[in-house]
Design a binder for this molecule. Structure first.
Ligand code: ANZ
Length: 986
């Protein structure tokens, strides 16, 4: 093709020249006037035709078609790689493995924009690099395909979500394939595929059939628990279980009916059913998890969320809280991400202590991390949701409490926690008794006490806790110091160092010793016990929705039973609408015969979005297996993910759940490692650059950015494709939407200038740039390198194409260094020079180090520098350019593969070896010092690289060339910057 383009150009060239030559033809005619007219007309036409052809040739050459035809080369290699199975991965026992994973995307209807592939490109570069370094690399891709948007769309259109999902996946794959990733597509997973979710259901069954033994600190099969109950009841059993689990004896257990036994076991199962207060979103018709609710609204769609009590499937993730925390110390993850998980899990060491309620046969339990301050308790506060509120409130306070509670429960937890400025609460009229000194203290209802944390009640110590301090100040309650230090006139003293005062038998002790002593005291007196409290709650594992994995459970006498393993997958049934039934049951309630063969009803909720994504990384290891979620051999070979790249927004969702399931599968002997992701990197977000027009209020008139202050205007997003350097294409704008056809404009200097802003890339902001556009214009190799060139991987950055030409030109220059005009390799086999070797080896070293550190933006500039230096050296040595091509191949695989083939290789460049570099070539023998006089570069002198500064100075001063520049003056100062420059001041 390169050749074809050339000959076409040559033909055009002949034509252009021919036109000039043929002018003579017109001079020899009969009718002079006619001849003259034809002559001038011809000249006119010829002039413009020639101009057009020259211009066209320039365009062709500039676009690189004459030299490197990226469109053809990229397509060719993508096809060939697919045909040859270049990226097919198998277990190779003789090679070390490297598992490089991307967070698989949810295939939305909008397709990929340039921000999505950022992480994929980085992991692709690493994967290709590792392969060149001799690793057996697993680099798969798949789709997190269950989810709300497809279902919302199904509700609107009646189209089955499977169809929309399939279409979206096809579009994503087409886009991904164009970027030239080295994914092994044979290992693709789609979480909505029954052959995949069969195993999600199977894992659920294992969780249902397991309990957590806290002394062994691992999950065990439920049979061992039943065995324990039969012998001992739950006496001395250390297990993760529901808070309200009663003590039973072996005799009790023996008298239980089957149903009662099942109900009791639910209190221990790792997947269990329980009545829970949940975040219910009426608009979405489903329960949401805490991390899906932001400030009382659903993260998706922004609908109001309310609290509701419902029977729910739950996952006992709290059993793993300590291990989830401790495991963080063993993995290489960004510290802020670990911190987010630590905070989410929130481990606090403290004590649980019981207070009696005066004049009632009731008690209130509190959780405190500062039992040492027990003598400083001056009131008690309970959460507005607490059942105690109604039981203890006195007649006189009833009305005020009722009004307060109604308001408070509708505030989101986050709000209540973060709003430290508004202090609010109401006295219940009731009193509690401090078990240490018998003192009577007021019981208040206050919304800073959260129902879901600890016991939902606090012993308030205003002197040493800032929330209690603000509360006491506001309501005039006593502030009694019990730890020495601080200035209570100003603020609470919450330091954990100091001596205890005003505290009977604790007086004089240091805080931490007092805590110990007080815990021993309450344990001896049976007033309470030391306790580790976690902020994290068990996770809800159900959605009252259609588009998810059915839960393989049926009910008999209201008690859940697992279906038979042989019946998996339990396939999602057809329904006539994707909406709840009239009596409020989930959409699966519409399915005909949603019953077992024996007629028992099957669970109608489906699994939440995080089910399928909690184990997909194992499925990639053996994606086609239909007898196990992955074969043991594959699991033992691939073990865990060596590098996981994805967004930090999954910190407390996916990344926590996946760690939980991995630990569980590990405990039960199904998986080899308990931490699934050894190293994790969060890529930054690529933001869009939006453009705005300014509509004059009430009119179809748009005023240019600079003049907008003179009118009453509202800003409106405009498609960035209609703006060139912020200048609006007015005609394009009018055609953009029918309501704009008659738009009028107030221009500045004859132009309409748009406003601009950097924000999230999104369809609704009309600022989306797709990889397809870039690939069409510049090619995938340029897109890949440019995305890396934009800046450090972890940083967020706005998309702009300002520098893309530079990357594009770099690749063309690289090509030209190796190819002659005909597109054939024109390298010499002669031994390379020392300077050339130096450039090569330092480049190889830097690239290797950069890739290992994921500093991929600097790799791109390293290549650019290398090409500049080698061009200056007029390098055309095969021994330089060939290894350099290998190093370039992870970044720009298509052009590198094409060069590789042209260099005469018959196997893929992917099977080459990353060239070894050697420091010995990197030392520079001599250095050419630029010599500046009064800041102006005047001359150059060469010195051996190890020449001491003093000698350089002397030699420069003694040189005859310098004398010419000094014009007889004596230098006032000379500064030698070793290995860089000499500055002389005269
Ligand atoms: C008395 C005390 C005295 C407290 C003192 C602190 C300082 P972390 O560290 O986050 O676990 N607390 C307990 N349950 C609560 C709830 N449901 N809502 C709001 N606050 C609650 O915090 C534990 C501390 O938070 C507990 O220790 C309790 O106040 C409060 F000088 O008890 B402390």
């Amino acid at each position: 093709m390169v050749w074809v383009v050339r000959t076409k150009i040559q033909r055009e060239e002949q034509f252009i020249n021919g036109i000039t030559l043929n002018q003579t033809y017109f001079f020899g005619g009969a009718n002079l006037f006619y001849q003259k007219a034809v002559f001038y007309l011809s000249i006119y036409l010829l002039y413009y035709t020639r101009k057009y052809l020259i211009l066209r040739r320039t365009i062709i050459e500039y676009s690189g078609m004459a030299e490197y035809n990226f469109r053809e080369v990229e397509k060719k290699w993508q096809q060939k790689w697919a045909q040859d199975g270049t990226y097919k991965t198998e277990i190779k026992e003789d090679k070390p493995k490297f598992y490089s994973l991307d967070m698989f995307p949810y295939p939305s209807g909008a397709g990929l924009h340039v921000g999505h592939p950022l992480g994929y490109i980085a992991s692709d570069i690493v994967s290709r690099f590792k392969r060149l370094k001799g690793f057996n690399v697993l680099h798969p891709m798949g789709f997190d395909a269950f989810g709300l948007p497809a279902e919302q769309y199904a509700i609107q259109t009646g189209q089955h979500p499977a169809i929309t999902t399939e279409q979206n996946i096809a579009r994503y794959k087409e886009q991904l394939k164009k970027i030239g990733f080295c994914f092994d597509w044979d290992r693709e997973v789609q979480t909505c595929d029954p052959s995949y979710y069969k195993w999600t259901q199977w894992i659920f069954m294992q969780l249902f059939n397991s309990w957590y033994n806290t002394s062994a600190d691992k999950a065990e099969p439920i049979e061992s628990l039943i065995g324990y109950f039969e012998k001992n009841g739950n006496h001395k059993l250390t297990a993760a279980c529901d808070e309200d689990t009663p003590s039973i004896t072996a005799a009790d257990w023996a008298t239980y009916s089957d149903n009662e036994k099942q109900e009791f076991l639910l209190k221990y199962r790792l997947a269990y059913l329980a009545e829970m207060t949940v975040n219910w979103c009426p608009a979405l018709g489903t329960v949401l998890s805490n991390d899906e609710v932001k400030d009382g609204f659903s993260e998706r769609g922004g609908h109001p969320v309310e609290k509701k009590k419902m029977m729910q499937w739950m996952m006992r993730i709290t059993a793993y809280a300590s291990r989830l925390l401790d495991g963080l110390n063993t993995i290489d993850w960004p510290e802020p991400l670990k911190e987010m998980q630590r905070h989410w899990i929130g481990r606090s060491y403290g004590a649980e202590l019981t207070f009696d309620v005066a004049d009632h046969a009731l008690e209130i339990k509190v959780f405190t991390t500062r039992i040492d301050t027990i003598y400083g308790v001056t009131y008690m506060a309970i959460a507005p949701e607490s059942e105690l509120v109604d039981m203890i409130t006195t007649e006189a306070q009833k009305e005020a409490i009722k009004a307060y509670v109604e308001k408070a429960v509708n505030r989101s937890e986050r709000d209540r926690m973060s709003d430290v400025k508004t202090v609010s609460g109401v006295f219940t009229g009731a009193f509690a008794i401090n078990p240490f000194n018998g003192e009577k203290i007021q019981i208040w209802v206050a919304d800073y006490v959260l129902a879901g944390y600890g016991t939902g009640a606090v012993m308030a110590v205003p002197a040493h806790d800032s929330r209690d301090y603000a509360f006491a100040k506001h309501f005039g309650l006593e502030i009694r110091p019990v730890v020495e230090g601080g200035n209570l006139e100003e603020e609470a003293f919450d330091g954990k160092e100091g001596k205890i005062i005003n505290s009977d038998f604790l007086n004089g002790l240091e805080v931490k010793d007092a805590i110990q002593k007080a815990i021993t005291f309450i344990e001896d007196k049976k007033l309470g016990k030391g306790k580790i409290q976690f902020r994290m709650r068990d996770a809800i594992f159900a959605r009252q929705r259609y588009w998810g994995e059915p839960i393989p459970v049926y009910f008999e006498n209201g008690v859940p039973h697992l279906m038979d393993e042989q019946e998996l997958p339990l396939v999602l049934p057809e329904v006539d609408a994707y909406l709840p039934t009239e009596d409020g049951a989930p959409p699966l309630g519409r399915a005909k015969n949603w019953k077992t063969a024996g007629g028992s009803p099957i669970e109608m909720s489906t699994m939440p979005g995080w089910a399928g994504s909690s184990w997909y990384f194992y499925r990639y290891m053996d994606a086609q297996n239909d007898t196990a979620f992955a074969d043991r051999k594959a699991l033992d070979y691939w073990q865990d993910v060596d590098l996981y790249i994805g967004g930090s927004e999954h910190a407390t969702g996916h990344l926590l759940y996946a760690r939980f399931w991995a630990k569980f599968l590990f405990d039960r002997g199904f998986a080899p490692k308990e931490e699934p992701f050894k190293k994790l990197v969060n890529q930054g977000m690529i933001q869009g650059r939006s453009n705005y027009v300014y509509r004059v209020s009430g009119q179809n008139t748009y005023v240019s950015h600079g003049l907008r202050g003179q009118y009453d205007t509202a800003a409106m997003h405009v498609d960035v494709a209609l703006c060139d350097n912020d200048m609006l294409d007015i005609e394009g704008f009018k055609k953009w939407r029918s309501d704009l056809a008659n738009a009028e404009f107030i221009l500045e200097d004859g132009k309409y200038i748009c406003g601009a802003e950097v924000e999230k890339m999104s369809k609704s902001k009309y600022n989306v740039v797709t990889p397809d556009d870039i690939i069409e214009n510049y090619g995938a190799d340029t897109l890949r390198m440019y995305e890396m060139f934009l800046g450090p991987l972890e940083q967020s950055k706005p998309w702009n194409t300002n520098g893309i030409d530079g990357v594009y030109k770099f690749l063309r220059r690289f090509w030209r260094m190796l190819m002659d005009e005909k597109g054939d390799v024109h390298l010499s086999n002669a031994a390379p020079s020392k300077d050339e070797l130096r450039v090569l080896h330092k480049t190889l070293k830097k690239i290797e180090e950069d890739v290992e550190r994921l500093s991929l933006n600097t790799s791109v500039s390293t290549f650019m520098i290398a090409v500049n230096e080698l061009t200056a050296l007029k390098c055309n040595a095969r021994k330089i350019m060939e290894p350099l091509t290998i190093a370039l191949s992870p970044f720009a695989p298509h052009i590198s593969e094409e060069i590789w083939a042209k260099l005469g290789h018959t196997s893929s460049i992917n099977d080459a070896t990353y060239p070894a570099w050697d420091e010995k070539y990197m030392v520079q023998d001599s250095i050419e010092y630029p010599i500046a006089i009064n800041g102006k570069m005047r001359m150059k002198m060469e010195f051996a690289a190890d020449t001491p500064a003093q000698e350089v100075e002397e030699a420069v001063l003694a040189s005859s060339e310098l004398q010419k520049w000094l014009e007889g003056k004596t230098p006032r100062k000379i500064i030698v910057v070793p290995k860089k420059i000499v500055n002389i001041v005269i």
